[in-house]
Design a binder for this molecule. Structure first.
Ligand code: C5P
Length: 221
């Protein structure tokens, strides 16, 4: 039986990619599968937490006992998170949120007119969901514990430390390369105020259970 290290705790977690519309039939997304976030949701539930999972467009089954909200864009995800976050003790941001969205999504499908002209896309920045939550008074006072993720292609430790400071989260988890999107295995680098530790390569559910135990220890400290 799993130790109930998160008994009585309420977890809010984001997972998967976001999808940013260009027009009603086209959009921009990324290759996040959502697997790591869904595995963490499952592991946290097993550890006794009450779990709300805010999921971008993914093809994954909701873990048993987890309450799920489906969203599409980064702005939808922020709205869903803000509606739920006051009831959470723990926020884990695993979603690969699109950094930018098309500035003006067209109401109608953009037509190819045969002239060889191509549309020009302008972008605007999306809200940073994790930073928004982590800068809130409840997070800053320690009532809400925030965990961020980082997918970096180089200098993982240095980048994870910088990201941890910039987003003001107590724990930042780096995906140790190569690129893990869609894969079943991963390895994690945990960076907090005391230093860093590595969870060696394993399947995502095993890692999720280890990460939940690490987070629970820090919550209890
Ligand atoms: O800045 P970067 O995208 O590398 O930060 C990654 C972390 O921030 C992840 O935890 C991700 O879920 C979160 N994030 C977010 N909203 C964004 C961008 C990133 O919540 N717009």
């Amino acid at each position: 039986l799993t130790p109930q290290t998160l008994a009585g705790k309420r977890l809010l977690i984001t997972a998967g990619p976001t999808y940013e519309a260009i027009d009603p039939v086209r959009g921009i997304t990324n290759r996040s599968s959502g697997k790591m976030g869904f595995a963490i949701a499952r592991a946290a539930r097993e550890a006794g937490a009450q779990v709300t999972l805010v999921a971008g467009p993914v093809n994954l089954t909701t873990p048993h006992g987890v309450s799920r909200l489906n969203v599409t864009s980064a702005r939808d995800m922020l709205t869903a998170v803000q509606a739920q976050v006051d009831a959470a003790d723990l926020f884990i941001a695993t979603a690969a949120v699109a950094d930018w969205r098309p500035a003006n999504a067209a109401d109608q499908k953009i037509k190819k007119d045969g002239s060889g002209q191509v549309p020009e896309l302008a972008f605007v920045e999306n809200p940073d969901i994790l930073a928004t939550v982590a800068h809130s008074p409840r997070a800053q006072s320690g009532a809400l514990y925030c965990v961020g993720f980082a997918a970096e292609s180089q200098d993982l430790l240095a980048n994870a430390q910088t990201k941890r400071a910039r987003k003001q989260v107590p724990l930042l988890v780096g995906n140790i390369g190569p690129q893990t999107f869609g894969l079943d295995d991963n390895a994690l680098l945990l960076v907090d105020a005391h230093g860093h530790t590595e969870l060696p390569r394993a399947d995502k559910l095993t890692l999720a259970r280890q990460l939940v135990a690490e987070v629970a220890r820090r919550l209890a400290a």
